[in-house]
Each structure stands twice: as C-alpha cells, then as structure tokens.
Design a protein around this ligand. Structure first.
Ligand code: FRU
Length: 502
C-alpha cells in the first residue's frame, strides 16, 4: 500500500480544522502544550486513508487554528499497533528517562499486540519518551508497564494529581466492553497500582473508550472545584453511533464519585436524553483534553467523524478532520452542572475578523429567505432568534440549487435540529443522511446560536455553548448560500452577523 495521492481538487479540505495531508486519522492522542507549542498527536495510518497500521501521527500549532504536520511520531511494527493514549511532561524526571538537564515528555499508549507478539490478543499500556520536545520517541524497553491480560484495556489518559491525598500520577483508562473506567496511581509512570473503578453508568449502548478526568471551577470560582469524567462510547450516542458523555462529581485522589449518574448499570434506552453529552451531533468522538495549558484553561478536541461510516466519507487523499479546539468550563444550571464550550482557536489574533455581513432585527415570514452578501463556505455565523408562531425556524448554510444544511429550532418541542438530509453527498453510507436533534432551553424566549461552517462540516454552539452539535457535510463547492427560514408561521431574527475566514 502507498499513501493515497491527490487526484482531484480537494473540495472538502477544511480551512479551520486539522486534517492530515494524504492519510487517515482518528482519535486525538498525546495532547499537550509544551514550550509554547500545542502538540496534537493522533491515531494515524501512515500508509493509507482508511483505518489500519495504527501509529501516532503528529501536528503542531501555536494558535490552535493552523497546524503543521510532522513525520509519524510513534510507528507500529510487526508486534504492536500504537493505540490511543496521552503525554505528560515529567518535570521532575520521576521516570528516569531524562538525561542531564533535559526532562522528558513521556507518552503512555496502548500496545495492541499482533500475532507476532508473545502478548498476542492483549491490550496493555506502554511508554515511550522524547528528549527533543516531542519530535522523536524511544520506546521503553520494559514495556508493557501495565498489563491486566485483557483484550479490551486501552486509552490511558495520565495527569498529575496534587491534592489532599498526595502528589502522584493518575491514569484513567477503560475496560471497554465492561463499560468501566479504571483508575491507577504511579510515582514513576512505570509501576502502577489500582485505585478504583467507575461504571457502568448512564450510557452503555456501546464500548467505553478514551476517558478523561479533570477538575474545573464551578462558575469560575476557584474555591468550588468539581471533577469532570468524560467517557466516549461507540455506538450508543444520542443520535446514533459514536459520541461522548460526561459525569460531574468529586475525585479524592482514589475514587471518582459521580453526582450526575442517572442510571447505574446497563442503561435504560428511554433515558438516553437525560444523560450529559459532550456533543449531540454525529461527528464528535474520542474527545480528550490537552495537558499543561497555561492559566488552567481546559481545552478539548475530538475526531470529527463517526465509526458508523468513518472509512467511507468522500474525502481524498486524506480522510477525517479533527474538530475545532474548544475551551470547556463548568456552569451551574438548576442545581446541577453543565459543560459550556466555546471554540478556542478563533481567539488567535489573525483569525478574529470584523463581520462582513450583519442584520438588524427582522421579522421572518413563512419560507426561505436568501441573505444576499452573506454567502461563504468557511465562516462563523452568530444569530439570536425569537421564534414566533413558526414550528421551526433558523438558518440554512452551504445552500445551492438542490442542497442546504438546516440548523433550526423547534420551540414547541424544545429542541435544536441539524438536518443534513439534503446537505450534499450523502449516499456513500445508508445512515449518513440524518436529522439530528438536542434538547435546548430558553429563559426569555430567545436562542443564541453560533455556527462554524467549513468545507465539510458545521459545528453548532447554542445558548452560550451549553448545547453543541457537530456534523460532517459534503456539499458542492458552489453551494455557499446562507438563508433564513421559518416553517408554518413567523419568527424574529433579533441579530445576525457573518464573519468570513476564507
Ligand atoms: C477509539 C478507538 C480507541 C483505540 C483507537 C484505535 O476510536 O477505538 O479505543 O485506542 O480507536 O485506533
């Protein structure tokens, strides 16, 4: 096999999102801010644009918006695939991998052992280290460092715990088919001791993968910290296929105690809508956070695809983009907590542009209303809507002759909708054309929506980021129309602005 070569114009190559040059990618791995640079490693097939030969690809950015691709960082071999994991900066050289003044970056990854290995059929956790800022990596000769003789033990996320219980490394990983997060402790990243387990709880419609655990201040109050446990699952998401759920609670250095568990044990399918989701769209998976971001900011990124149709999306020569990087924070809502998310990359100085189009308040009658002067294929659209008598009202992006992606509100149902049934190419997989929804609430009758449109995606942040929906779309390059619509009645658009990025 050779890496795919570009034969057609890259209609779908994103402008605001990372995609590899000519290969496949899935989960983000080893996310860390180090020496002024954001590192994004990822599950990569260096030889093709479908899943396989799993290795860690590598890209870096200083603004979270533009990325530079580097050579493969950790490659598979005949004995093991390099599955998902994380990277820590081992400041104190607890691992002993450092030399002289240079402290190491240590990658903790899953060895998915192949037939040629004595561990064939097992998934266990292994280490590699870098002394050159994350570009070249050496595997530890004592691998694996944590082996439970399990075939489904993977995706270690390691962080430094400094709290009442002491100061040590904590690993969260999964026993994927048991719907269980396992927590381990280590002083040197090599010897690991079991602390506790969490799960099954809430959504268990598919394997649990790629967990993360981090503290966040509630409503910005550093005296009031809560811990957030994120767990991706596949399938079993709220609109089908891959998705990420989260729990909010406490971590005492040993045990995570959830305060937001709705159902313990196997899930009740009727209650899927009550669980907390990182994103309600079809294409936000394997979400995980960066380590060592300054000012205690918590930044997350996800793979913008869904295992249901991941290998078939019509992009070439690459396949699968990453989501935008998001800053997450915790807000108290009605006696519980919600993750609130905002795109982080748009804060980069060169990316903040003056809106090129804006509207004052207008009344919408029944129908579709094209906004002359607002067209584009890479843009941020911000609007506030107050539904009137309309059953559904909102925005249509990437519109053309016979296509368009609808992003709308159904006020009587209390839901926000992304309808990609006529979004462009949909026939590459039977389940792609879909209408996906999420619950949404308003206190004053109006709704705030920010949409990032790119060449093959829409990312919707509603109600100041309390609800997000991320979806791939594959429209014609010429489908750039932006319009407003109302069905079955009227609605008011209180404000709207469009910022063009490309
Ligand atoms: C999630 C996942 C992980 C695994 C990796 C393999 O998408 O299945 O659990 O480590 O992908 O590529």
């Amino acid at each position: 096999m050779t890496a795919a070569t570009a034969t057609t114009a890259e209609t779908f190559r994103p402008a605001l999102h990372y995609a590899a040059r000519n290969t496949w990618l899935n989960d983000p791995n080893g996310l860390i801010f180090h020496d002024g640079v954001y590192h994004l490693y990822y599950q990569n097939n260096p030889l093709d644009n479908v899943w396989g030969n799993m290795s860690w690809g590598h890209a870096t950015s200083t603004d979270l918006l533009t990325w530079t691709e580097h050579p493969v960082a950790i490659a598979c071999n005949e004995f093991e695939d390099i599955f998902s994991g994380s990277i820590v900066y081992d400041r104190e050289n607890t691992s002993g991998f450092g030399t002289g003044a240079a402290a190491p970056l240590v990658a903790v990854y899953t060895s998915a052992y192949k037939t040629a290995s004595a561990h064939h059929g097992i998934q266990a956790q292994s280490l590699a280290f870098s002394l050159d800022g994350g570009h070249t990596w050496t595997k530890y000769t004592g691998n694996p460092v944590l082996n439970r003789e399990s075939a489904e033990f993977r995706d270690p996320k390691v962080f430094r715990y400094d709290g009442d219980a002491g100061s040590y490394w904590v690993m969260v990983a999964v026993e994927a088919k048991d719907f269980e997060v396992v927590l381990y402790k280590s002083l040197d990243l090599k010897d690991w001791e079991l602390l506790s387990t969490f799960g099954p709880a809430n959504a268990t419609g598919g394997v649990w993968e790629c967990p993360d655990l981090f503290p966040l201040p509630v409503d910005g109050d550093p005296e009031n910290l809560k811990w957030v446990l994120t767990v991706n699952l596949n399938p079993g998401g709220p609109n089908g296929g891959s998705a990420g759920q989260y729990f909010v609670g406490d971590f005492d250095g040993t045990t995570f105690t959830s305060a937001t568990t709705v159902t313990d044990g196997p899930q009740d399918p009727d209650r899927l809508g009550e669980y907390q989701w990182l994103d309600w769209g079809r294409d936000y998976y394997a979400a995980v956070s960066f380590s060592d971001v300054p000012d205690d900011r918590r930044l997350m990124i996800a793979w913008m695809n869904n295992w249901e149709y991941a290998n078939e999306i019509p992009t070439s020569p690459w396949r699968s983009p990453m989501s935008l990087v998001r800053e997450v924070s915790l807000k108290s809502v009605d006696g519980s907590w919600r993750l609130v998310q905002q795109a982080a990359g748009e804060r980069a100085p060169h990316a903040v542009q003056t809106p090129s189009f804006s509207l004052a308040a207008i009344e919408l009658s029944d129908g579709r209303h094209v906004l002359d002067g607002a067209a584009g294929s890479v843009q941020r659209i911000e609007l506030t809507v107050t539904p009137g008598t309309a059953e559904e009202c909102g925005l249509i992006v990437r519109g053309g002759e016979a296509e368009g992606t609808r992003i709308g509100l159904r006020p009587t149902e209390g839901r926000i909708v992304v309808d990609r049934r006529e979004s462009g190419q949909t026939d590459f997989h039977g389940s792609f054309a879909s209408i996906d929804t999420a619950p949404i609430r308003t206190t004053d009758g109006s709704y705030e929506i920010t949409v990032y449109v790119d060449r093959c995606s829409v990312e919707v942040f509603a109600q100041e980021g309390q609800v997000t929906l991320t979806e791939l779309i594959f429209p014609a390059a010429t489908s750039t129309e932006v319009s407003l619509y109302a069905t079955g009645g009227t609605a008011t658009i209180d404000s709207l602005s469009v910022t063009q990025y490309a």
